[in-house]
Design a protein around this ligand. Structure first.
Ligand code: MG
Length: 288
C-alpha cells in the first residue's frame, strides 16, 4: 500500500493512494499531525479510517514525512562504484580510510532540509555552487528498538520512499563532517509517498536518476555494500531507533562529482529520481 501526505482544500492531509495512483483515500488524521509526522501518524493507529476519495490529480503531494521528528540518518559510500568515484573526487574527507568502507559511514541531515515532490531545491550562490544530487532508497522505521540484530531488522521497517540526498560538495569537503554540506535548506527532497515494506524486494529494486533528459544514475539496491538490515543493526547499536525515523541508504555511481569536469546542478535543471515499485520524485533546481 502507498501512503501520502497532500495539500487539498487549503489544508494538509494523509491518504492512501490506490494501486493505479488515480485516487487518494483521505484518512482521519489531524491536519497539524499530517503537516509534521505525515504518514507516520497512521502507525499502529486503529482509529484511522477513510473519509472520502479524491482524484490524485486534484491534490498537491507533499513529503510523506514533512518534518521528521529528528535528523535523518544517512549512509555514505554504500555502492562500490560510487565509493570509487567519490574517493577520487578530492572532496572525500574519509578517503584516507580506504575507498570502500569497512563499516557503514553514517551522517545526518537536519529535519528542516526536507521538501516534497515538485518543490524547488534552491542554490544559494553566496554559500556554494558545487551542488550535487544523490538518488537513494529511503527507509521509514515503524517499530523502534535498541541493539537490533540484523536477522530481525526488517521487522522494524514500515515502508520505503525515494530520497534525493542533495549535497554541497565543497562544504562537505571543507568541514570534514558532512552535516553542513548535506543539511542546507531544501536539500532533502522526499516522496512521492511511502510504499509499505511488503511490496519492495530489497534484493532487486532499480534506483535511477535523470538530470533533465540525461540518465545519470542507473543501479539496483541489490548492489548495496551494506544492506538495509546491516544499516539498521549498525545505527541501532546503542542508539534507540524510534518509530518515524528515516534512513537514507546511500547513492550509486553517476553523481555530478563523478564526471570530469564535474556536472554540478544549476538553476533550471530538473532532477528526476525513480525507484522501482515506489515511484518518481521530481524537483526543479532554482536560485535563492
Ligand atoms: Mg547520500
Amino acid at each position: 500500500m502507498k501512503f501520502a501526505v497532500f495539500e487539498w482544500n487549503g489544508s494538509c492531509h494523509v491518504g492512501r493512494v490506490d494501486d493505479h495512483a488515480n485516487i487518494i483515500h483521505r484518512l482521519t488524521v489531524d491536519h497539524a499531525l499530517a503537516r509534521t509526522a505525515g504518514v507516520t501518524a497512521v502507525f499502529d493507529n486503529p482509529d484511522v479510517s477513510v473519509v472520502e476519495d479524491i482524484p490524485l490529480s486534484d491534490v498537491v503531494l507533499k513529503s510523506p514525512v514533512p518534518r521528521p521528528h529528528r535528523n535523518i540518518f544517512c549512509v555514505g559510500k554504500n555502492y562500490h562504484a560510487h565509493a570509487k568515484e567519490f574517493a577520487g573526487s578530492g572532496f572525500d574527507s574519509s578517503a584516507a580510510k580506504g575507498e570502500v568502507p569497512e563499516a557503514p559511514i553514517v551522517f545526518s541531515k537536519v529535519p528542516e532540509s526536507v521538501v516534497g515532490p515538485g518543490d524547488a531545491v534552491r542554490i544559494d550562490a553566496m554559500v556554494s555552487t558545487a551542488i550535487d544530487y544523490e538518488a537513494e532508497l529511503g527507509v521509514i522505521i515503524g517499530k523502534g528498538g535498541r541493539n537490533i540484530p540484523k536477522a530481525s531488522a526488517l521487522d522494524h521497517v514500515w515502508g520505503y520512499t525515494v530520497i534525493n540526498d542533495v549535497t554541497a560538495r565543497d562544504l562537505q569537503g571543507v568541514h570534514s563532517q558532512w552535516l553542513i554540506g548535506k543539511s542546507q535548506d531544501t536539500f532533502c527532497p522526499m516522496g512521492p509517498w511511502v510504499v509499505t515494506a511488503d511490496e519492495i524486494d530489497l534484493s532487486d529494486t532499480a534506483v535511477k536518476c535523470w538530470i533533465n533528459d540525461e540518465l545519470r544514475q542507473d543501479a539496483n539496491t541489490g548492489l548495496l555494500i551494506f544492506d538495509v538490515p546491516t544499516i539498521i543493526e549498525a545505527i541501532a547499536n546503542g542508539i534507540t531507533l524510534k518509530a518515524g525515523d528515516v534512513i537514507a541508504t546511500g547513492t550509486p555511481a553517476g553523481v555530478g562529482i563523478g564526471f570530469k569536469p564535474p556536472k554540478y546542478l544549476v538553476p533550471g535543471d530538473v532532477m528526476r529520481v525513480e525507484i522501482g515499485g515506489i515511484g518518481v520524485l521530481e524537483n526543479p533546481v532554482e536560485s535563492w
